[in-house]
Design a protein around this ligand. Sequence first.
Ligand code: ADP
Ligand code: MG
Length: 362
Amino acid sequence: MKKKIVEFKNINKSYKDIVAVKNFNLEIYEGEFLTLLGPSGCGKTTSLRILAGFEKPSNGDVYLEEQQINEIPSYQRPINMVFQNYALFPHMNIFDNVAYGLRQKKISEEVIKSEVTKFLSLVKLEGYEKRNIWQLSGGQQQRVALARALINKPKILLLDEPLAALDKKLRKEMQIELQNLQKNLNITFILVTHDQEEALSMSDRICVMNEGNIIQVGSPNDLYDLPINKFVANFIGKSNFIECEIQTISEKFIEINFNNKLLNLNKNLINFNQNDKAIMSFRPEKLKINYDVSLKNGLLLKSKVLNKIFLGEYTEYYLSNNEIGEFYFLNTNSREEDKKINPGTEINLWIDAGDIILLKNN
Ligand code: ADP
Ligand code: MG
């Protein structure tokens, strides 16, 4: 049974006439790696700061282990925060930076020494005790910031875009290390990022936000396979969209009409009514070049290649089709095929109805 550790209940936060967070309701479980994901300005940092106690909600309640903590000052909450800019103490060496929290608690120097050694080794910085902050790379500084937070043994660690200042390769390494740290220490991690790849690769669950609202909460797989609307379908990965109309609804399927073609699509959690306008959404990697003509339930897209981008593991194509307009195709399997497909080439692509998700038209 998952134990609830945090609950945001009907939280609203405004700064004068700017509404930063609207009707925010979210439960977070013990030992979970949860990510708040959304574009810049959507209210991610504000939500974290409310949980940390740096910010008061305009209304609503924050709970920690079933206790309302609205009035508990930040330093009394068992929560630590790591920032994008590290926020280390520049005049202290690494040992003193990491020891800071324990010294505040008047713990003996002997215990502090062994704890600092332990936590520096956890973030792979053993032997760096005497160095100055300015002698470290960005990645190492962020590791010091992590050790400085974790040494306090918080119940919850908040991470606000902690890897945004690192280059791509280092960011990937740190993503794996953060994930390992979280699993080994079994501390609840709440990460804020605008980077969907980071969210997908690290999180147990992702909370997608836009304009102060929670749009969808789910596992990386669920969000990718069953986005609830166009925003999520486009923010997490890429999607193609086709407008259509609901024809009939049966127990398992929804029949849609697109240019007088009828398709049977799988039902999902979204409720539709007959004659509703809707959107068919499909992932660019689901399109097939060598379609099987025996597959009847799907769309054949006679298309012209407009652009081709080689991206290493795969090639991305931008194409145009008379009925659906411009769309994306990702070819992940065949280099040989790729050689034959170039701007100007006409190709037939197939999308199987089973790979189409039906979304609301909003
Ligand atoms: P995110 O972290 O998702 O980029 P924030 O939570 O920082 O977004 O901000 C959400 C909205 O609230 C933004 O429009 C931002 O400009 C506004 N905001 C945040 N903090 C303040 C503040 N102290 N005063 C006024 N407006 C703020
Ligand atoms: Mg922010």
